[in-house]
Design a protein around this ligand. Structure first.
Ligand SMILES: [Zn+2]
Length: 413
């Protein structure tokens, strides 16, 4: 029985019409538009033989009970960034719905394993700066104490926004009960980057999410008059930072998937008539391999000290944030690749640079894999975000195949 990919695409368009304005999607988590999107989605599920509830962190769970309690979980997120696209997150939720519906029909409402659909709460963290909110509560990696005091641009607290949606911040860890019987997690998502388009491929099996090392780096030199200070006598903090900004390219390019970015540079005093005495830069380094990440971090530190010395400066590092790489399940990656090849002829394996809810699920020890579909022009988090309908059809069909393969894999466990 084939999955109805066209019906899923029609639903995505319906959701866009319901929750986007001329600037793009407005399904900001904990907002009235987000609640409207969720209510709309539930109305589509009403004629299926399912149980539905929200967990303690506001994640929305829809369960089709099977012969076995072992659960296959399919999901993504309906929330969007402000002025977001029509596919980020909701493609995965709607595709999961299409697959759930196909399975319910094929097995007359009683599949061999339990199938659950999850719409994670506040994946984007766009309003309070806390990404992966619901999935981290599910995984037990939530950080209530740091998150309690978070506020949005208007000064409203995360705690109050949650309460308005019936979620108590002190209880979100109870979402962990949903991990019971979870045997596998699958998520379809747009790539949000240019790799698949540049290769002319519709789909990829995702190897995992990259780890991140994010640091503030401050070079300290000596402020001096730009007219009176000879070139050889300068302690130019910007010169040292500039050398590092170029050096991170070879540091990253020694590894096939690694990326390093100096995203911000501030100079002090920052005036046209003074040599820079202090330069504050940021560095973001990512790779799927923890050893590669550690090597790149060490190399950047060593080079920063070398460049500081060459320029008569000193350098200080402080960590802004870091997270370990999260490799997905090898057998599910292989199945994902097979499903793609059977559907679209050719596949590709790639890590994800952005974080996803799937990383939290995998961190909780649940076998996990993601499938990526090509993003046109590599653009996301923007109203021009798009994927061709041909590729959306292939993606939903391949995701459905992956779900069938995973059910067979679970039955053999
Ligand atoms: Zn997303």
């Amino acid at each position: 029985m084939p999955v109805d990919a066209q019906a899923a695409i029609d639903l995505l368009k319906e959701l866009r019409a319901l929750t986007a304005d001329e600037h793009g999607a407005q399904r900001l988590a904990w907002s009235p538009t987000w609640l409207k999107a969720r209510a709309w989605f539930q109305s589509k599920l009403s004629e299926l033989p399912i149980e539905h509830h929200l967990d303690a962190a506001g994640n929305s769970w829809t369960t089709l009970e099977g012969e076995s309690q072992k659960a296959l979980i399919l999901g993504s997120h309906l929330d969007s960034v402000p002025n977001g696209g029509w596919l980020d997150g909701c493609l995965g939720v709607i595709a999961a719905y299409a697959v759930l519906r196909r399975i319910a029909e094929e097995y007359s409402g009683k599949p061999p394993v339990t199938v659950r659909l999850v719409d994670w709460a506040d994946e984007e963290g766009a309003r309070f700066g806390r990404s992966l909110f619901g999935s981290s509560a599910f995984a037990g990696t939530h950080t209530i104490e740091q998150d309690r005091a978070r506020t949005d641009a208007s000064g409203a607290t995360l705690e109050a926004a949650l309460a308005a949606c019936g979620v108590s911040i002190d209880a979100i860890g109870n979402a962990g009960v949903e991990r019971k019987n979870a045997a596998a997690y699958l998520e379809l998502h747009i790539e949000q980057g240019p790799v698949l388009e540049s290769m002319g491929l519709p789909l990829a099996a995702v190897l995992g999410t990259k780890g991140v090392e994010r640091h503030a780096i401050t070079f300290l030199g000596q402020e001096a008059h730009s007219g009176s200070t000879p070139m050889a006598a300068r302690h130019d903090a910007l010169a040292a930072a500039a050398k590092l900004a170029l050096e991170i390219r070879p540091i990253a390019m020694r590894h096939p998937h690694a990326v390093c970015t100096v995203g911000s540079v501030k100079t002090f005093p920052g005036i046209v008539t003074a040599v820079v005495g202090r330069c504050e830069a940021t560095l973001d380094q990512r790779d799927l391999d923890a050893d590669v990440l550690a090597t790149m971090y060490r190399e950047a530190q060593e080079k920063s000290r070398q460049f500081a010395e060459e320029e008569g400066c000193t350098v200080e590092w402080s960590r802004i944030w870091n997270i370990a790489p999260e490799p997905f399940h090898p057998e599910l990656i292989t199945q994902c690749e097979e499903a793609i090849v059977e559907t679209a002829g050719r596949s590709h394996r790639m890590p994800s640079g952005p974080l996803h809810d799937a990383a939290e699920v995998s961190r909780a020890g649940i076998p996990t894999v993601m499938m990526f579909v090509q993003s046109l022009h590599g653009i996301s988090h923007n109203k021009i975000e798009d994927t061709s309908e041909d590729h959306l059809r292939l993606a939903i069909a391949a995701f459905d195949k992956l779900a069938s393969k995973t059910i067979e894999w679970m039955r053999a466990l």
